[in-house]
Design a protein around this ligand. Structure first.
Ligand code: TNX
Length: 539
């Protein structure tokens, strides 16, 4: 008899940290596998389990290239830690039992990213209408295996998947992570590393904040000084850096392999000192300011009245659009404190047609709702207003956007900003929006923040990571983990029955995976990590 662990999955919490967090098979234990984000429904079947072994195959339908690619991704990951051959075979080769099967099932109720996963004695059956769904199912499967599966060197088995039946699909189609590569520059390798880590939690958008006062990070062919001069420093005066278009393409392709769409942001009309310093003609007074390495905001503005400004933007957005397979280009629009409001509105009104002329839709921070932006998918507003837990506030910009028929991506600064310090002792980060503990960052719901904004007005959620205080991937990891998986869960899982005490146990089960990966995560005291490391050591 399968043990039903539907929406609430309450036995996961009651399983308690003293039990083996994942691999229950063979031990007779019935603890539910601890998966983040929480699947829509999961039944465990203690009578069943499947052990991946040397003779196991990964099986796909003949001719299904997208499924084969996901199968190859799974094989690559499993080969590193298991040392098994794990050939990716087509079904016509006769492989049946003792296999992990990845099947494209054709359209059904699971939507664009959902999947079904069944693990029994004879193998693992993963099916989904899309390759993205298969990829998300693979992420779940990896969480069903012991944490040492994340190792890059061969580890001892057994590699047992508990008997489960999972049906899963996301609440929102946009589950983003933003990385500010402007305040400090991060290498292609570091960005790819972050992609690996966010993909584990079914994040499907990587928003790259490519320009700000302190640095311009993408080469633009007709405006070479943007990168070579505007990208030559960073906060604190370090050497900065920029991506060539080939490197940027490489990031976009790597993200796509992880079913993550890259959204490029060029922040305008404010946050533009690096561009203004690179080209005197972009300034109203024709004089280039010096490069800037501080952390103030709101002091720079493109020259709204000059035509060259729009020629510049047309070139930049045209080249970015050509590098972007996704449908959105982010034009920033935040904190333009030195642009008079009438100019700001004029500017955004002139910019949106430029974005459209290059075949993309326009995304911007919620201030863009002050302009005459277009309804429908043509515009997306990213809301960064704070959540007030006890008194939901009525935010004029969010409501203005929704009243214009514009959908919102929710990034409330005192919940979803990963650069906020956890507490006054935090080594890195800022606290202008408050200290944000792991529990705080999990305790909100996008559909109940504003009285005027309902579920259907919301495109999804996004966790921004601003980098004024962050200089390398280790510091990125420290701020993003363990909060990012909670934001990912808010974007993926139903809010029904959501409880911190249940979630913290599933979150703690991620710790041993991150330990194996060598990640520098914050060991937040409110998460029961220790219990899981004991389990790990005892194995
Ligand atoms: C606000 S919120 C900013 C960024 C800063 C960040 C630091 C928003 C759209 N802009 O310019 O980096 O705070 O937390």
């Amino acid at each position: 008899m399968p043990l039903a662990l539907g929406a609430g999955m309450s036995t996961a919490a009651s399983a308690g940290p003293q039990q083996d967090p994942v691999s229950t098979a063979g031990s007779g234990a019935t603890a539910a596998p601890l998966v983040v984000p929480k699947p829509v429904s999961m039944q465990t079947d203690p009578g069943q389990s499947f052990t991946v072994r040397g003779s196991t195959r990964i099986v796909v339908q003949p001719g299904a290239q997208a499924a084969t690619d996901v199968g190859a991704f799974l094989a690559e990951t499993l080969r590193r830690s298991t040392g098994f051959a794990l050939p990716v075979a087509t079904r016509s080769s006769g492989a049946t039992g003792n296999s992990i099967s990845l099947q494209l099932s054709g359209p059904d109720t699971l939507g664009a990213e959902g999947y079904r996963l069944d693990a029994t004695h004879s193998g693992v059956q993963l099916s989904a209408p899309t390759a993205a769904g298969l990829f998300h199912g693979v992420q779940t499967l990896l969480q069903l295996l012991p944490p040492r599966v994340e190792s890059t060197t061969v580890q001892p088995g057994p590699w047992t998947v508990p008997g489960v039946h999972i049906v899963d699909y996301p609440r929102f189609g946009w589950r983003g992570a933003m990385l500010d590569v402007s305040r400090h520059f991060f290498t292609v390798k570091e960005v790819k590393h972050y992609i690996d880590e966010i993909a584990m939690y079914k994040i499907n958008v990587l928003h790259l904040h490519l320009s700000d006062d302190q640095g311009w990070r993408i080469a633009i062919k007709s405006w070479p000084r943007l990168a070579t001069y505007g990208g030559s420093t960073e906060v604190g005066g370090g050497q900065g850096g920029y991506y060539t278009q080939a490197q940027y393409k490489d990031i976009v392709a790597y993200a796509a392999k992880h079913f993550i769409t890259t959204v490029p942001e060029i922040d305008t009309p404010g946050h533009t000192n690096a561009a203004l310093a690179s080209y005197a003609k972009l300034n109203c007074n024709g004089t280039a300011p010096p490069l800037y390495t501080g952390t103030d905001v709101g002091f720079s503005s493109l020259c709204v009245k000059k035509d060259i400004t729009y020629k510049f933007l047309d070139d930049v957005i045209g080249q970015l659009a050509a590098l972007t397979p996704g449908s959105y280009v982010h034009i920033g629009g935040d904190e333009s404190h030195s642009t008079p409001l009438s100019d700001y509105i004029r500017f955004i009104d002139r910019l949106q047609p430029i974005v459209h002329a290059h075949g993309k839709n326009m995304m911007g921070w919620n201030e863009i709702a002050q302009a005459d932006v277009q309804p429908g998918p043509a515009t997306l507003a990213q809301n960064w207003s704070l959540v007030n837990d006890s008194h939901p506030i009525y935010d004029a910009l969010a409501t203005a956007a929704v009243n214009k028929g514009v959908k919102l991506v929710m990034s409330p600064a005192n919940k979803a900003y990963l650069d906020m310090q956890y507490n006054p002792q935090s080594l890195y980060g800022l606290h202008w929006a408050g200290y944000v503990s792991v529990q705080d960052s999990y305790h909100w719901d996008p559909a109940t923040i504003f009285t005027g904004v309902k579920e259907s007005d919301i495109k999804g959620v996004e966790a921004p990571l601003w980098s004024e205080t962050l200089t390398n991937i280790h510091e990125i990891e420290y701020m993003a983990f363990p909060r990012l998986p909670g934001i990912a869960e808010i974007g993926w899982s139903s809010s029904q029955g959501r409880s911190w005490s249940e979630y913290r146990v599933r979150l703690a089960a991620q710790g041993p995976r991150w330990d194996v990966m060598g990640m520098n995560y914050y060991h937040a005291p409110e998460v029961p990590w220790a219990d899981f490391s004991t389990v790990q050591k005892a194995r």
